[in-house]
Design a binder for this molecule. Structure first.
Ligand code: ADP
Length: 490
């Protein structure tokens, strides 16, 4: 009972959905039926032409003796004429787009073939044969065409009525009449059920297609809106970052002028110096946050320029490490630099390398207690230059080791040293390494320390090595170190 109710509600569902697209559905159904009818019509035409040729050549002598052969001969001629007419009218209809509904054409073809087969079956029955022509035809129609339950009922019922009258007229033996009638009724009933199932599946497919199309459209619309919002967001970040930079520069310059004046006037005031230092460190912090925001915006907009040039990577890393060592000398953390090779020229972007290494070092300093150590090592491995920054700090839990490279991810403050930070440093570092064709990874044991390793491609470009190495000598990392370490307070 429940399954019948389910079926009923399913059919009601289909019907109510079909109502929404009634016009489109009917159009689709009629065009599918017409295209199938064209194929069936062609087959019927060929079949009847062959039969007519056989009538003219092989069955000619029989025609003179048996009236059934005469009837068949004329039936073939009639069907050929009707189908040709059908094709001509259909072509004209399509060409001139007459208002007469195309539906008429497939109903016409169904009836032409049905009544032709009915005639053949009755003709055959009259000479003691089978009625299979009609039965096959009605089954083919139910399988090939999508006709509505009403169309199916009317078509099958009327043809069955006429066919039964024909049988009554020809067959007088009760047993054979009964068996023929049983065959006709069963097959007509079966054809009606098959037609309904066929129609239901066709409707269901149509609705599914429509729903899929609508979901696709909605998805495309949402995608388009998302892209618009994303552009708005990127523009907003780019604007706001530049807007913040201007007043910040003013504050920073004012602080520097004040510092110079204090120095020149030889006026030493502990409190004033403390406040000047506060302004300076917080200006650096803001500069760092704004630079990170600008970088994220550029990375998202795929607008980040990478300037590859040949540099001695050993020298760069050593210089940065030494600058950091100078900067944190009072913190009680040892920084040890070690390398397997004296010189290694590779193509990289100096600014990006500085940002990456300073970020890793500032994290190590941030998360290592007094008395701890930081090791910076360089070695070669499989055509790659590997730079590792290892510390004896608080370490990172296993479950967080992948996640810390995602934006705004920080290890739970309750298990990490309470430090400032925005959680975007490593995400940016990862992007900057990848932009240079490299990769970054971490190994860490909670409570024992962490080791971040960057692998850069060991390749160089044209031979301007000397110039770049000379430029390297002139670089002063101190301001960059101050900016990168600005969120580490005493
Ligand atoms: P920030 O340091 O600004 O919060 P990062 O992206 O640089 O952002 O780091 C993300 C998080 O990864 C940090 O908040 C910290 O929890 C963890 N982390 C990074 N480096 C280390 C390290 N050397 N030792 C322990 N934890 C670290």
């Amino acid at each position: 009972m429940r399954s019948i109710l389910n079926k009923y509600s399913e059919i009601r569902n289909i019907k109510s959905n079909i109502k929404k697209y009634k016009y489109e559905f009917e159009n689709h159904r009629i065009y599918t039926n017409i295209s199938r009818c064209e194929k069936v019509g062609t087959i019927l035409l060929i079949l009847n032409t062959i039969l007519l040729i056989m009538d003219l050549i092989v069955y000619k002598p029989m025609r003179a003796k048996t009236s059934s052969y005469i009837f068949l001969f004329y039936s073939h001629i009639t069907v050929i004429i009707l189908i040709l007419l059908w094709f001509i009218l259909l072509k004209m209809h399509k060409k001139y787009k007459k208002t007469l509904s195309l539906r008429v054409y497939y109903i016409l073809l169904i009836n032409i073939s049905l009544y032709w087969c009915m005639f053949m079956a009755l003709n055959n029955l009259s000479i003691g044969g089978q009625i299979s022509a009609y039965l096959i035809c009605i089954l083919c129609i139910s399988a090939l065409l999508y006709i509505s339950p009403l169309e199916a009922f009317v078509t099958y019922f009327i043809s069955m009525l006429i066919f039964s009258l024909g049988i009554f007229h020809i067959v007088h033996d009760i047993r054979s009449l009964f068996s023929n009638m049983v065959n006709v009724v069963i097959v007509a009933l079966f054809a009606y059920i098959a037609s309904n199932i066929n129609f239901k599946h066709f409707s269901q497919d149509f609705i599914n297609n429509k729903n899929n199309l609508e979901s696709k459209k909605k998805l495309e619309e949402t995608n388009r809106k998302l892209k618009e919002y994303e552009k708005l967001r990127t523009d907003f970040f780019a604007n706001i970052s530049h807007e913040l930079r201007t007043p910040l520069n003013v504050i920073y310059c004012a602080e520097q002028i004040m510092e110079e004046n204090v120095e020149k006037s030889n006026f030493y005031d502990n409190t004033l110096n403390k406040y000047l230092d506060m302004i300076k460190q917080n200006s650096y912090r803001l500069i760092r946050i704004i630079e990170n925001l600008i970088d994220i915006t550029k990375i998202d907009a795929l607008n980040f320029d990478v300037n590859f040039e040949n540099y001695d990577i050993i020298r760069i890393i050593e210089d940065i490490t030494m600058s950091v060592a100078d900067f944190i000398k009072d913190r009680g953390i040892a920084i040890i630099f070690d390398t397997e090779i004296e010189e290694k020229i590779i193509a990289c972007d100096l600014n990006l390398i500085e940002r990456i290494i300073l970020n890793l070092l500032s994290n190590s300093v941030k998360f290592t207690e007094k008395g701890g150590s930081i090791f910076v090592k360089i070695h070669l491995e499989d055509n790659k230059v590997c730079i590792s920054v290892k510390d004896t700090g608080i370490g990172i839990p296993d479950c967080m080791q992948e996640l810390i490279f995602d934006r705004f991810i920080q290890v739970d403050k309750s298990i990490s040293k309470s430090c400032e930070g925005s959680g975007i440093g490593l995400a940016i570092a990862k992007s900057l390494v990848e932009m240079q064709g490299g990769s970054i990874s971490v190994k860490s044991v909670l409570g024992k320390g962490s080791e971040f390793t960057i692998s850069l491609l060991d390749i160089s470009i044209n031979d301007d090595t000397k110039n770049k190495c000379a430029n390297q000598l002139e670089r002063n990392y101190m301001k960059k170190v101050r900016i990168e370490f600005s969120d580490i307070y005493e």
